[in-house]
Design a binder for this molecule. Structure first.
Ligand SMILES: [Zn+2]
Length: 64
């Protein structure tokens, strides 16, 4: 997994929390951790039950 802020590859150690159900009736989860390199937040969302597969997490870009 790559940090969207500094583009460094890091070993994912994501925490997650359910946000709620989307229009398809599937639960959506938010995944998050701090980047070990640049110490900026890494935040993603994924539909369905949490799993060890982090490849299908959609990472969100922080806009300021
Ligand atoms: Zn980073």
């Amino acid at each position: 997994m790559k940090c969207p802020t500094c583009d460094i590859s890091f070993f994912p150690d994501l925490q997650f929390s359910a946000i709620g159900q989307n229009g398809k009736g599937h639960y959506v989860y938010v995944y998050y951790q701090m980047c070990p390199e640049c110490n900026e937040p890494i935040i993603g969302i994924k539909e369905g039950a949490p799993s060890d597969n982090v490849e299908d997490i959609i990472l969100l870009i922080i806009c300021r």
